[in-house]
Design a protein around this ligand. Structure first.
Ligand code: DOR
Length: 439
């Protein structure tokens, strides 16, 4: 008789086969059966009637600060925040200290995550003028998500602004390439607009839509020339999203929950420098176009761009205050609340945070609920209502731009490799985290 380590009964599952009420049987960290399963065949059986099971949510853009700035975040605290927020896997950016620009630096992160991460993990290698040769020799391996290019400088000193260098990366690797798209030259020229201003509401004036659009146009033309796709991170402007709609053969597109939720000038009045990030939060008409991009398929992915900074740093006078806000823990509740308000369907959200990140980065084992896949699952209660509070935030920064926001729709269980890591907001200490396999 068949036997399961864990059986989840009677939940509504959302998978690439659609919506279905069924039982899931898990054996050896994998989903081994989808259908009707007898309770008696399981070591442990949980009835999830009335709840939804999503494929494990993947946050494909986070900045944890280890090594280098562990007072802001480390892989343990960042992955704990992920787990509480229903996120089962993350891809982490290379702008740590030292930056992740060598295989040795990448291995350091894999080793730390192997010992401390609660959820599955992958790390980017950052492109710099000094490691183009290395990039051309890289092979896919577990835990190596792809290459990150900063075309405009943000937190840290990673930068690849020379268009020939960018072309060389696109031409010489098959790994996924994720790009921060702001034009460095324009950023330098326009800095005088905010130098000494002390006004964070000027942030979108300095890092304007034109700054992003110029870079995004250049990037897409390089992608066309080389004949490959690039993944463009955190798109913020009307101009870019309309342009990218017509260039989907050459790019995939990420937007963030904060650019879909907060807008200028209100966010700067309410949150001050806590709303400061790169690229910036902009006026409402930009937000409306990003939502249009969610509806019409231009946007492929929602990633949090989790970028924690301490409140003591955020208190500095703009523009000395650092850019970035935490988000890995609030990504899912904030987006489920948009689902509850009818801004997008649950199925579309699952495409954006499960199917598509898994496809873009070729995570063969993740992103869907099907027999044989790794048992990473996120259980949500679409009716649960709670208020996001700073006291709930596990990130070492201890704050969220969504403090005080009431959300309808909350994760109630985070399952990684068949192990229930979080249930009703309580974390267990059984870890099954593994480096993500990229095929
Ligand atoms: O605002 C931002 N902060 N944007 C980035 O691209 C980097 C991030 C950080 O690491 O602080």
């Amino acid at each position: 008789m068949e036997h399961f380590d864990l059986v989840l009964k009677d939940a509504t599952t959302i998978s690439s086969r659609g919506k279905q009420i069924c039982d899931l049987g898990i054996v050896d960290q994998k989903i081994s059966k989808i259908g009707t399963i007898a309770e008696s065949s399981a070591d442990k059986c949980i009835n999830l009637k009335g709840l939804h099971i999503l494929p494990g949510v993947i946050d494909s853009q986070v900045h944890f600060r280890e090594p280098g700035k562990v007072e802001k975040e480390d892989i343990k605290s960042g992955s704990t925040a992920a787990c509480l927020g229903g996120v089962t896997a993350f891809l982490e950016m290379p702008n740590t200290n030292p930056p992740t620009t060598s295989l040795e630096a990448h291995q350091v992160k894999l080793d730390i995550a192997g010992n401390t991460s609660l959820v599955d993990y992958g790390f980017f290698l950052g492109a710099s003028p000094d490691n183009l040769e290395l990039i051309s020799t890289l092979q896919r391996k577990p835990g190596l998500a792809g290459i990150k290019i900063f075309m405009g400088s943000s937190t840290g000193n990673l930068l690849l602004e020379d268009r020939e260098h960018v072309e060389s990366v696109l031409r010489n690797t098959d790994l996924p390439i994720a790009v921060h798209s702001e034009d460095e030259q324009m950023l330098r020229q326009r800095f005088d607009l905010v130098k000494g201003s002390g006004r964070v509401e000027d942030h979108p004036l300095w890092r304007s839509p034109e700054v992003c659009f110029k870079c995004t146009r250049d990037l897409v033309s390089i992608a066309k020339k080389v004949g490959r796709k690039v993944h463009i991170l955190h798109i913020t402007s009307e101009e870019e999203i309309l342009f990218l709609k017509d260039n989907k053969d050459y790019c995939t597109v990420e937007v963030t929950p904060q650019h879909l939720t907060l807008f200028a000038p209100d966010c700067y009045k309410e949150l001050g420098t806590l709303a400061q990030m790169n690229p910036p939060i902009r006026e409402k008409h930009h937000l409306d176009q990003l939502w249009e991009g969610i509806s019409n398929g231009t946007a492929d992915v929602i990633g949090s761009d989790h970028a924690p900074h301490l409140l003591s740093e955020k208190e500095k006078i703009y523009p000395s205050s650092p850019s970035g806000m935490p988000g890995v823990q609030t990504l899912l509740p904030v987006m489920l609340d948009h689902v509850s308000k009818g801004k997008l369907s649950l199925e579309r959200l699952v495409e954006l945070v499960c199917f598509n990140p898994a496809k873009i980065y070729s995570m063969g084992q993740l992103g869907d609920i099907s027999e044989g896949k790794r048992a990473n699952l996120t259980v949500v209660d679409l009716k649960a209502e709670r208020v996001i509070e700073n006291s709930w935030i596990a990130s070492k920064c201890g704050w969220t731009p969504f403090q005080g926001r009431k959300c309808t729709g909350w994760p109630t269980m985070t399952i990684v490799g068949g192990e229930i890591l979080m249930q009703d907001n309580v974390i267990t200490d059984s870890r099954r985290a593994a480096p993500i396999e990229f095929l």
